[in-house]
Design a protein around this ligand. Structure first.
Ligand code: ATP
Length: 255
């Protein structure tokens, strides 16, 4: 599926937080959204996945008009890994992941053998099979993050939004999660903080500052020291990593 966000604006108490933002994710593209704290990344993503109503603009997932469609209809296509994953009620890890199947079920439909197999496969993908009976609230931040990803995998979405999916994760699981979502071969829009990881995994980047998209393009084309300096207020040098061949960024000092 493709994502088309057109001229989206979001305001809280008459203050514009997201200002006329247009974003496109083509079929099977991994697109990153980067920008400093408070620039509006989460607000933009939440208005795409229907948690916040935008003041104006359109969101389409291929032909599906996301703003006008029911949450269930959207959840059949769109998976979301959000930033905060706390729960008031306690569920087991397996119950949490099984919730990913809900959008595909009728009102009184019970869990089928196929649902159990899908849930087991999703737990396996994030290395949490042994945690299936554990209480979700007893897990560490990183384990919770992997359960949420497993729930989204069980949902079998055709498009995925991730809001800082590698928050809380040590480097092994940061790479594991990015590798898992990359291999899904579906459209992805992900807010990321680590610029080097964004450069490595993303096909295309949008850079936000103060509610607006200020640059977009292929990572190596737009992640210049001038742009990083302007947007993040940090002096840096960029270089080609001699080991990976990818983009390296040496941060020097804050401005
Ligand atoms: N419900 C709300 N009411 C008023 N202001 C809000 C609300 N939600 C977010 N904001 C403000 O909107 C701005 C953008 O917040 P947002 O969470 O979108 O930023 P972000 O780019 O995702 O930041 P971070 O990198 O820190 O997660 C912030 O100044 C925030 O305080």
């Amino acid at each position: 599926m493709e994502l088309n966000v057109e001229h989206l604006s979001v305001s809280f108490s008459n203050i514009d937080i997201v200002k006329d933002v247009s974003v496109q994710v083509k079929k099977k593209q991994f697109v990153g959204l980067i920008g400093p704290n408070g620039c509006g990344k989460s607000t933009l993503l939440k208005s795409i996945y229907k948690v916040i109503k935008p003041r104006q603009g359109d969101v389409f997932l291929s032909e599906l008009d996301v703003i006008k469609s029911s949450p269930k209809k959207v959840a059949q296509k769109l998976g979301v890994v959000g930033q905060f994953n706390e729960l008031s009620f306690d569920f087991t890890v397996r119950e949490m992941v099984m919730m990913g199947r809900t959008p595909h079920k009728g009102l009184l439909e019970t869990d089928s053998q196929a649902d159990y197999s899908i849930v087991d496969a999703a737990l396996g993908k994030v290395n949490l099979e042994a945690y299936a009976a554990r209480s979700y609230n007893s897990l560490s931040g990183g384990e919770k993050q992997r359960v949420i990803l497993a729930r989204v995998l069980a949902q079998q979405p055709e498009f995925m939004i991730l809001d800082e999916p590698t928050n809380h994760l040590d480097i092994k699981y940061q790479l594991q999660i990015l590798n898992i979502v990359k291999k899904l071969d579906i459209g992805i829009l992900a807010a990321l903080h680590d610029l080097a990881l964004a450069a490595e995994y993303c096909d295309y980047l949008y850079i936000m500052n103060k509610g607006r998209v200020v640059a977009s393009g292929k990572p190596e084309e737009i992640l210049t020291k001038q742009l990083i300096g302007e947007v993040f207020d940090v002096e840096c040098e960029t270089y080609r990593n001699p080991v990976t061949g990818g983009l390296g960024i040496a941060y020097l000092q804050t401005r």
